[in-house]
Structure formats: C-alpha cells, structure tokens
Write a protein that binds this ligand. Sequence first.
Ligand code: ADP
Length: 695
Amino acid sequence: MTPRNLGPIALLKRLIAARRGDVRAMEDVYHLRGVLTVIAVFLATIGLPGLMLVYYGVVGIRADELALAADVRRRADAASAEFKSAVETQFSTFQNTALSRLTSGQSVHVGQKELSDVLRVAFGFDGDGNLAEPFLSGAGVDPREDQAFLLFDEWREAQSAEREGLWERAATLYAQAARQTHTRRDRARCVYNRARALDRAGLGREAEGTWQQLVDEPARDLYGFRIGDLARLQLAQSRLKRDPAGGQEDLKALAEAVLTQPWEIGRGGEGAVARRAIELLPNSDWTARARGRVDERSAQLYWAERLQPELDTLGAKGRLLRAEPGTFVYMRTDSAVWAMTWTESEQYAFGLDLRRLLDRYRVMAAAAGGPDGDIRATLVGPDAVAPSSVLSRGSLAPWLPNWSFVVTARDPAGLAEQQADQRRRGLGIIFLSLTMILVGTVASTRLVRRELDAARDKSDFAAHVSHELRSPLTQIRLKAEALQLGLATDDVSRSRHYDVIVRESERLSRLVDNILDFSAIEKGKKKYTFRIGDLGLTVARCVEQAGVAMETKTMTIDFELPDDLPVIWHDADAVSQVVINLLSNAAKYGQQSAWIGVRVYVSGDPDGSGRKSGEICVAVSDRGIGIAPAEQKQVFDQYYRSTDPLARSKKGTGIGLTIVRYIMEAHGGRVGIESAPGVGSTFTLHFPLSFVPPS
Ligand code: ADP
C-alpha cells in the first residue's frame, strides 16, 4: 500500500500498528510524518481556533442579544420600581403625618396644605358615621318649611311694620309671632328679629337682653346664618360702643368660635359672620391670620360641597367602621382619591384631587424614561388601551387601583435594529472564521497532497533503490560464482559472464555515485571544484567512456564537437556525471534504435562584442520512447518517474535528472528538453560563458 492510498481509518490502523512495533507500519508512518505535521499544524493554528471563533460567534450573538434585552428590561424595572417607591414615600409621609396629627387631637382642617398639596378636604365622622368635623352635612332644612314660615301671618305683619319703620310695633308683633310658632328654630328666628326691632327702636338694653337669650342658639335664620352667632355679633357690636376693648375681645372670641366649630355644608353663613367680626377689629397680625384661616376654611367648604356627594356614593361608612384603626384604605370617586382612616372612635376621609395627582404622576412618568433614553414611561388608566410590548409595569394599587405605570421601549424598531446590528457583527466574525477555516483547509489540503506525493515518491525511491542495488549485485554474484565453479566451460560464455559483471558493476557504481551526490545536494553539502577548462574535452571523455561501457558499447554515438570551443569555468567531475546520466538515460529509453547523438555547440553571440552573453550547449539526443508534454517539466523533480508503462519497465530511481538540474544550476546554467512520444528526446545543457564561480 502506498501512503497516498491510506484513508483516515487505514492511517489510524497504521499508527496503532506502528506503536506496536510493526516495521512496515512504522515505515509508512515515517514517510507520512510530513502529512501528519501539516494536519497537526493546521488543526493547531487554524482549525481549532477557527472553530472556537465560530462557536463563540454563535454563543456571542445570543448572549449579546440577551444582554441588550436584559439591560433594557433591567432599566425599565428600575424606572418602575423608582416610580413606585416615590409614590409610596409620598403616601406614607402623608399617612404618618395625618395619623400623628389625629392622635395628638389636632383638627383635620388645620394645616391641610402642609399635609399634602393635593389634599382638598378632610372629613371627620362620629361613631355613627355622620359628618362631625369640620363640616356637617347640610341635611337640616326642608325648603318647603321655610316657604311656609314666610307665609306665617304674624311674621308677615311684623315684616310690614318694619318696612314702615314702626319698630316698636314690629317688636311686639315678632313677640306674638314667637308665641305662635311650633318649632324652636322658627321661635328663635322671631326672637332674633324682635331684638333687632327693639334695637332699632332705641331700646338697646332690652335688645341686648333678648340677644343674650340667643347666644347658644344653633338654629339658622332664613339666610343660613346660625342665630346664636348673629346674636353674639350684635352683642359684641353693642359692647364695642360702650367698652371698645371688651367689644374687641368678644369679636375675637366670636371669630375663634366660628372658625373652630363645624360648618354646615350648603349654608356658608359661618364664613360671612367670622369675616364680619374680623372686619370690625382694627388690623393686626391676629386679624391677618384669622382672615387667612377663614379663606382656607371657605375653600375647604367649596371642595366639601363638591366632593361630599361623591363620598356618599361610596356608601362605605359601615365598611370603614369595621376596618382596623390606624390603617389606611384608599377609594376612588370621579374626581377624588379618598384616603380613609380611623381612630378608636372616629373615622376620617381625606379627599385628594384625582386630576392633580394624575397630572403629577404623568410628569414623573415622563421624567422617568429620561428625555432621550431608549425607554418611555406612561401612566395607564383603567380605560386606556394598554400599550403593546410592555417592558415593565408597576401597579399604583392600593392608592390608585386600576392605574399603572407602564414602561415600553421608546423606539422598539430601534431596539430591534440595535440587536440586528449585534447579530450582524457576530455573523461577520463567524463568516471570517469560516473563511479562515476554508482557506486554511484548501491550503492544508494542497500541502497534505504535496506531502503525500513526497511520501509516496520517497517510499517508491526506497523501493527502487533497494531493487536497483540488489539486482546488479545478484547478477555479479551469480556470474562470479559460475566462473568460480567452472560452470562456464568455453571462452565465449566466460567472456559473456565477464561482460555482465563489468556492466553491472558500472551500473552499480553509477547508482552509488548518484545516490551519494543526490544526498549531498539535498542537504546542500555538495562541493564543486570549478576550474577554467575545455568543456568539450570533458564531454568527449564521457562519450569515449560510453563507447567502452557495456551498456552503451553496442550503440552508435554521433558526436559533434567544434574545434574552437571557448574555455569556461566548470567542475569536470560534476559535468561528467551530468553527461553520463543523460547518455545512460538515452541508452535506457532509446529503445531498439541504438543511436545516441551528442552535439556540442556555441550559441548566442560568441564572436561579436557581447561575446560573454553566449553559451556552450551540449545536446544529447535519442530516438526512443520520448516524453509526453505534460511530463516534460516533472521529469526533473526528485524521485519522479514517468507513469508511461514503457518507461516504467526500465529500472530507475528518479533522481538522475534531478541531479542534472542541480548541477546545471550550480554552473549558472539550465537544462532544456525537447521531446515527442515515440519520436525521441533531446536534452540540452546550457552553460553560460559569463559564468564565474562564487569565491
Ligand atoms: P530514472 O531514469 O532513474 O527513472 P531520471 O531522473 O534519470 O530517473 O529520469 C526521470 C524520468 O524521465 C525517467 O523515469 C523517464 O521516464 C524519463 N526520461 C529520462 N530520460 C529519458 C529519455 N531519454 N527518454 C524518455 N524518457 C526519459
């Protein structure tokens, strides 16, 4: 089996056999070491690193994509967590402050702005779930009752007396009316008007006495004022005239009392009484503060009127009472978020402005994604269509159930583009690696093939050499033994035996010369001894030698040598070996024609001025089997032997022409070939005249 035919499995078997000491296998493996080295180098430098690059390219693409997605998702989660914690902080601050105020007994309507800037109104309920502070529900009066009261005869008469300026009569009529009324409220209304009529009539003392009776009266007049408050206002005004300091004290006390007591929703008289009392006082810090408090309370009343009906729709009174004290429950109506809480005995509802709250969260959401970040946060309500491809979502429960903070990619296409970019980069690496592997594989395959050829040639060479050595030795030994034993009885047969011995010895010595020379040439150790001399003489000696040599003795050698051949630098021994190799090939492959032509001539311009540009040519021709054009270059390669069966039938080693080429190169020349199969061949040696050996 030649190494070229070794498949991977056969090669493996050989390797195993070689390790076990099989000599033949060891020889094969020895010849194949070049191939194995190329394969190992390829794997180490290109194959494995390339495959690793491909692997990491594939893994890298996936990892990069995941990392990008994870990074965006992480930032989205962080934004939504941050948002939620900001909201949580706001509400927990609100809750804690509210609770501590309530437990320290502070009224819910004081300092609402500081509690939360979106807090519009706060309600306190009594144990039965009725509004208790700072507002009462305006359930009190049925308008029809007031209508009936206005039509009441004594009342109408008293009113017309007043219009006519008959103040005393009016006072009497009001006293009568008071006696006719059925309810405490209506009586109080009549008594109050009587006091006013008395005052107008100039009966100040009686008037004061009458108002004094009414100072604790909680009932309201037809305009919604508490009659008790009005009576106190009148008394304070009267006192102001006699005793300004005392009167001012009374007015302050009145304003303070009005601001502290619960106001009635839907009536609004309290604010006017307090304002009037403050107006009557000289301006001071106290009046400025008190005016501010009245304004704040009036604004709360405005919101209380708007929001209380919404609170009623929750119908949560009973439910709230069952909840745990100190905790908060959130509920939402059309325009408010209600924070409900309670102490042991009372419950409270804080109405936060829903619109303002949402506006604030929208601003926070817009800031959360950053102005040009790749994520965007929005606030999504119960009615909104949820955006697609949500990256993170944070619910606003319990404060705003059904509302959530939603983070999406600002530009999903951009994100995909970024991922595609990374994928392209990864694919680029993979493509490069694969190209590298491909190029490496092609190059390595060529190298492997060349190494295989070399291995085969070396293997063939070894076989040929051993055969070439053995066959002349066998011949010599057989013939010598025959002579020794006297088996050749007559002169003719003895002479034939001697001829064989001489011919085979010549062959043997030529072979040994060639092998030794080749080995020296291969190692770069061939030594040349250049001398200036007559090349024609050297060639002539070879031709002469061929004439007597057994192999060529019977052949016709046409030798042409010009007389005036210039002398040139050459190594006569080396040139002889070249010429003898060519002559020997001409004899070997010259077939039956038995003709060899040797022609020495000068070519170029030997006689002209450029004499040195010419060359001496030595052409050795035969009329033998010839060489196919495709093989004409290869015959000079080491170990190369023609594939033509005719040529193969001749013994040979494939190094003769290689030596010729090397020696010609050492002389600065070359060897040319002209050949046609079946016609013959001419090998021409070109020795340049200009050649000077290296010193
Ligand atoms: P060898 O003759 O030992 O095989 P060479 O190197 O001298 O080795 O020649 C190489 C090959 O070239 C030969 O095997 C043969 O096929 C071819 N060759 C050489 N000289 C001739 C020739 N004169 N005619 C035909 N073929 C030749």
